[in-house]
Design a protein around this ligand. Structure first.
Ligand code: MV4
Length: 478
């Protein structure tokens, strides 16, 4: 195992990785921006290095400064967390050139999978089912029209360099395609410096289901079951659960096996996520592979008992996989929600500020991953994720009840601070969601159901209102 690992991230995931390192007797170096000098991961690290000012470009995305911090401190490996440099093949390459282990797959695998069109071709070759569409990118609008006519409308134009919902446009008819095609290419050129696009049939009313895999550098791999991440707003997940509900045992097994086969076929190593869309007939369609630890990894940890960050560290250190597939058993249900400092009543606009009160939930089978604390100043410079609340229970209904209970305990308050908790509670209350009958359209439906701006907002049910505003004078007897 490594003696010292540099954590090239911030917030809750920096803490999560730090804790795994500590459990394995690995010393930690936390790099940070000026804005995070007083943050919990910095306070808890063995060593810290300030790598730049608040803006991410000059700090958490500053590869040269991170490599220099590793050199100065003698760190042997870099854990990139999620976001920032976690899926940057060039950064992985720079680490290798400087004698540092990048905790993730080899750079060539990362860059092959980062190109969604290449990923499609590779996975198709490995036998994974794809949404109908073109495997090659389409350099002319004529070819795009041809593919769209073959697969039928609606279609989705996707940037090869995109991913995670960035750089895609849904097109309902041939008349609308030329403009959407041109617009997607132009936007991709600006965002990624790469304007190649491809066309797929757009699958409506599907679920977003993903499979967690772990692969070592010796050709071994295991899958750790499925997660449903259909509850998304503008491709930001709000609620995630494991295992994916409402699917047959056969579908779940097929998803897990094909995902692992796909990952192993390209020499994937480390912790990865293979994303699928599952339609009403439970047909599965490969979307993309993510090469990082994901925000929603705790739900998989809670149903498998496997510490995914421990496994990432062992794999990166060259240790053969310590798990055999038959040892991985799924037990019960875990549901997680994200607590973002955003105002659901103002189109989820960032609502950062000083946390005058911060009291996370506790209790049985309740895990809170957060870097928040009373007095913490949430910076406007970064992602708005403040906490994740994940619960476990023997069955889905009990897990949802437990998450409701936990969210009711969460007391977060400060001037200008708002959170996504009230919105997540509407999701948990939704009848279709409760029955596991929801699709990726759930969030838009909930947002459309709301009173238009300017109209009186209906008062929420009394228990929810009271639980949402701890510290008000409302008190109910038990
Ligand atoms: C799709 C799709 C439907 N059809 N591709 C979004 C994230 C990225 N990994 C791929 N995504 C999607 N790709 C085809 N051919 C639906 C999604 C999608 C989605 C779309 C609209 C609203 C919410 C969504 C949530 C998950 C996935």
């Amino acid at each position: 195992m490594f003696e010292k690992v540099l954590i090239a991230n911030r917030g809750e995931i920096a803490l999560r990785v730090l804790r795994a390192c500590r459990e394995l007797g690995v010393r930690t170096v936390v790099v940070h921006s000026s804005a995070d000098a007083d943050s919990l991961p910095v306070r808890m690290a063995d060593e810290t290095v300030r790598i730049g000012p608040a803006p991410s470009r000059q700090s958490y995305l500053n590869a040269a400064a991170i490599v220099e911090a590793a050199r100065q401190t003698g760190a042997q490996a870099v854990h990139p967390g999620y976001g920032f440099l976690s899926e940057d093949a060039d950064f992985a390459e720079i680490c290798a050139e400087n004698g540092l282990v990048f905790i993730g797959p080899p750079p060539q695998v990362m860059s092959a999978l980062a190109d969604k069109s290449t990923a499609r071709a590779l996975m198709s070759r490995a036998g994974l089912p794809l949404p109908p569409g073109s495997v090659r990118t389409l350099p002319t609008v004529a070819e795009a029209l041809e593919v769209a006519a073959e697969v039928g409308y609606p279609v989705i134009v996707k940037a090869a360099a995109g991913g995670g919902g960035r750089g895609m446009t849904v097109v309902r008819s041939a008349g609308a395609l030329p403009r959407a095609y041109a617009r997607t290419r132009a936007a991709a050129q600006v965002a990624f410096g790469d304007d190649r696009v491809y066309v797929e049939r757009y699958l409506t009313d599907a679920r977003h289901v993903e499979v967690q895999v772990l692969c070592d550098g010796h050709g071994n791999g295991v899958h750790l079951g499925t997660r449903d991440c259909s509850v998304q707003r503008r491709h930001q997940k709000l609620v995630e659960e494991a295992p994916a509900p409402g699917l047959s045992v056969a579908t779940l097994a097929t998803l897990a096996e094909t995902a692992l086969r796909g990952a192993l076929s390209v020499g994937f190593t480390g912790a990865g996520t293979v994303e699928f869309l599952v339609d009403e007939a439970e047909r599965c369609h490969f979307l993309e592979i993510n090469c990082r630890i994901q925000v929603e990894h705790p739900v998989t940890e809670m149903v498998t008992g496997v510490d995914l960050v421990h496994e990432q560290l062992h794999i990166a250190a060259g240790v053969p996989l310590r798990l055999r597939q038959e040892e991985i058993r799924l037990h019960g249900v875990s549901v997680e929600c994200r607590v973002n400092v955003e105002d659901p009543d103002r189109d989820f606009a960032p609502a950062p500020g000083r946390l005058e009160r911060f009291r996370p939930p506790g209790g049985p089978f309740t895990r809170v991953d957060t870097h928040g604390h009373p007095g913490y100043l949430v910076s406007p410079h970064y992602d708005s994720l403040l906490a994740k609340v994940a619960v476990w229970a023997p069955d889905r209904a009990s897990a949802l009840d437990r998450l409701e209970r936990a969210l009711g305990e969460f007391d977060i308050a400060g001037p200008g601070v708002r959170t996504t908790i009230p919105f997540v509670r509407r999701v948990l209350d939704d009848a279709a969601f409760r029955k596991a009958g929801h699709t990726t359209g759930l969030v838009d439906r909930l947002l459309a159901d709301r009173a238009p701006t300017g109209a009186p907002v209906p008062a929420p049910a009394a228990p929810a209102a009271a639980a949402n505003q701890p510290g008000t004078s409302v008190r109910r007897t038990r």
